[in-house]
Design a protein around this ligand. Structure first.
Ligand code: FES
Length: 92
């Protein structure tokens, strides 16, 4: 996934290698999270109207930084260290 694939103020769910990721672009910086809901492991989707990550399984919601907005999840999405290599998002 390239940084250019994630528009400003939007999130994109996808894969980098074999890792499921949830990537948000604040306009200034990217936030790369492991896209595994901490409740029971489903993948979240970006909700562009509400600007948050939403789990389709039981309705947990997370802020763009991964913090929990609404349960049943109790714990935030895990941030993944990354670097940009010629615009490509590479996990460390
Ligand atoms: S697995 Fe995400 S809310 Fe249950």
């Amino acid at each position: 996934m390239k940084s250019a694939d994630v528009p400003a103020m939007q999130g994109v769910a996808g894969k980098i290698g074999d890792r499921k990721v949830a990537v948000y672009n604040s306009g200034d910086a990217l936030v790369v999270l492991e896209n595994i809901c901490t409740h029971m492991g489903c993948q979240t989707d970006w909700n562009p109207e509400e600007q948050l990550w939403e789990c389709p399984c039981h309705g947990s919601r997370y802020n763009s930084d991964g913090s929990v907005v609404r349960g049943p999840a109790m714990n935030p999405l895990t941030p993944l260290p990354f670097r940009l290599d010629d615009g490509e998002i590479v996990l460390d």
